[in-house]
Design a protein around this ligand. Sequence first.
Ligand code: CA
Length: 437
Amino acid sequence: MYELNETHETITSWVESANLPDCDFPIQNLPFGVFRRQGSDEAFRGGVAIGDQILDLAGLHATGLIAGRAGERLSACLGETLNPFMALGPEAWSELRLCLSRILRADTPDRARLAPCLVPQNDAEYRVPARIGDYTDFYTSIHHATNVGRLFRPDNPLMPNYQWVPIGYHGRSSSIVVSGQQIRRPQGQTRSPGMEVPVFGPSQRVDYELELGIFIGPGNPLGSSVNLAQAEDQVFGICLLNDWSARDIQAWEYQPLGPFLSKSFASSISPWILTAEALRPYRVPWSRPEDHPQPLPYLESAGNRTAGAFDINLEVLLQTRKMQASGDQAARLSLSNFRNAYWTVAQMVTHHTVNGCNLQPGDLLGSGTQSGPGEGEGGALLELTQGGKNPLALNNGETRKFLEDGDAITLRGWCEKPGHPRIGFGEAVGELLPALD
Ligand code: CA
């Protein structure tokens, strides 16, 4: 189902930094993004990360080294969004990946012509790599759903539909920003327990959510649905996603129709999208505990059981203003793994379209906060501090219930497996600014 090919082999690149063991972007990764030189008035265009460099796809196109059908695929990556490339589908993505892998190998004869197409990542600025028409945020960690449910509804933590329905809600795409952009503390209505009427003001409970973002490929016509066997053909790739959340606004507004302004003020994504093909070696079986309800037939398949899940390590780091001032390293807040998700990416895609809803190229699905079963695996402060009741003690003596102004949150993700190089997602970073007066 997920065959490996020569792009996954243990090859090295003539871009030396790509061969270092801790590098996020070895030649087996080749994630796509949209960039330009920092502070320039160049057009944003597609690029592929390799080591500490970016292969400029517009520059590559101009060399004429990739011709024929692969050259046509490449020309879909030259604009300021990758939607045209995402629309082409898995065969086209794979064809271009193979060409890129070949020209970046240590033994390519074209090195001298390619070297001018490299731009150092340190000199680049990024953009959200697609025009995201629609953004849907799922809720696929049962550990997160149970922990949060316990705080909001102690008598009824996990709603009865959770084990049957891949729960999601329609989010806001206009406020999705790329890593590095600062986030403004939102204002809104809140009502604390015991208050008779709500108050208006800056949220006092701003939180992060550790998620992955799934970019959709070709999509499906309105009125059709995507069955589970074909769902993966719709998955262009995966990035990091921080779904910033205002817990006090959320607690007051979420019933009966779900989150609204508590989520729509900002979500940050990493600049790089790892393709589904790059992630193939790190696919793992998906299972459902035997004493839980098993999925309805439309969400069940042998392929999904065999390799439906992804083994992706996920990490959250916090750097406070004080840490920054004293040159201290960021503190790790949590570590978890996407393999613990209760629903797979394929099940999300199929469920989303089962009513005839059309997905379109560049749509984004959020995985939901990825909390693991253990201590320190909560994917949000809400869980790590039990709703603010037990502040986290940081190494430098500071404590946190929720985020304070000047706090910077970094998400990281990576895959490791014996016999394969480590591949990484880079980072999704965002710093919280004070609320506007
Ligand atoms: Ca979320």
